[in-house]
Design a protein around this ligand. Structure first.
Ligand code: NAD
Length: 260
């Protein structure tokens, strides 16, 4: 059912986005890959996917802090690929610091990349989805779209905002075959956590591998970081026909973090 559809995944040059790209490509879904990487490497990555999975691909390195660059990216993506059927807003950054001293430039960057960029990509994708009478919008929020943690003011604000944006899109598009959902993961083993884990290891004088476990059990009942591919598998389910009434939801994958 999904073979031949086109998915755009922001931030698919690494981590959750890249793992999801592999899961979707395996189903024959054409891909618009994106992320902050060297243009030559990005083109090589897209070619690798085309060859391995026999799908159509495109790479774009638009900086999501720049709304004009996002508009150019989205127009190019629709022009080259013909449509966007599945939109996965996944790109994101983090900075941890107390609100007292949180740098304004970090606040602006986190809100722009983790929240505002999703507004722009959704706005540009909806005409295709409405024309086709089918669409899937999946926003990678976080457990921090549901609860807060210390020192994450911008991230928590952006992710709560993303959950809210998703709900509105779900309401507005319900009659047009388009669903919109947020996924709210707990700890996932990717580069975005590297600084936090290193800091935790340094503060506690423990090796990084131990820090990875100790940091997780502070919050989760399931004492294990997720493999990013597991999020890809969940996204695939949300794209299926079986999930056509799941919309407007903020779906935790958090090892019972928010059950407490
Ligand atoms: P990651 O660092 O591996 O991936 C981030 C991606 O965003 C990269 O592809 C990067 O190129 C892209 N990106 C960053 N800044 C950009 C910019 N200015 N313009 C364009 N692209 C940009 O991390 P990840 O863990 O795979 O993160 C993916 C998403 O998952 C993020 O939104 C993150 O908040 C969310 N998330 C991650 C975890 C976790 O524990 N790893 C938990 C909950 C939510």
């Amino acid at each position: 059912m999904l073979k031949g559809k086109t998915a755009l995944i922001t931030g698919s040059s690494s981590g959750i986005g890249l793992a999801t790209a592999h899961v979707l490509a395996k189903q024959g879904i054409n891909l618009i890959l994106h992320g902050l990487m060297d243009e030559t490497e990005g083109i090589a990555l897209a070619k690798e996917f085309s060859t391995k999975y026999n799908i159509k691909t495109l790479f774009d390195g638009a900086n999501l802090m720049d709304s004009a660059a996002i508009a150019t990216f989205m127009d190019r993506a629709i022009d080259v690929m013909g449509s966007i059927d599945i939109l996965i807003n996944n790109a994101g950054i983090q900075h941890t610091e107390s609100v007292d001293t949180f740098p304004t430039n970090k606040w602006d960057a986190i809100i722009a990349i983790n929240l505002t960029a999703a507004f722009h990509t959704i706005q540009k994708s909806l005409p295709c989805m409405k024309a086709n009478g089918w669409g899937r919008i999946i926003n990678i929020a976080s457990v921090h779209g549901l609860v807060a943690s210390l020192n994450k003011s911008a991230y928590v604000a952006a992710k709560h905002g993303l959950v809210g944006l998703t709900k509105v899109v779900a309401l507005e598009c319900g009659e047009q075959g388009i669903t919109a959902n947020s996924i709210c993961p707990g700890f996932v083993d990717t580069a975005i956590l590297t600084d936090q884990i290193q800091q935790f290891a340094d503060e506690n004088g423990i090796p990084v591998e131990q820090a990875k476990r100790d940091i997780v059990i502070q919050k989760q009942a399931v004492p294990k970081m997720m493999d990013p591919r597991q999020i890809g598998e969940f996204i695939l389910f949300l794209c299926s026909d079986a999930a056509h009434t799941i919309s407007g939801a903020a779906l935790p994958m958090d090892g019972a973090w928010t059950a407490q």
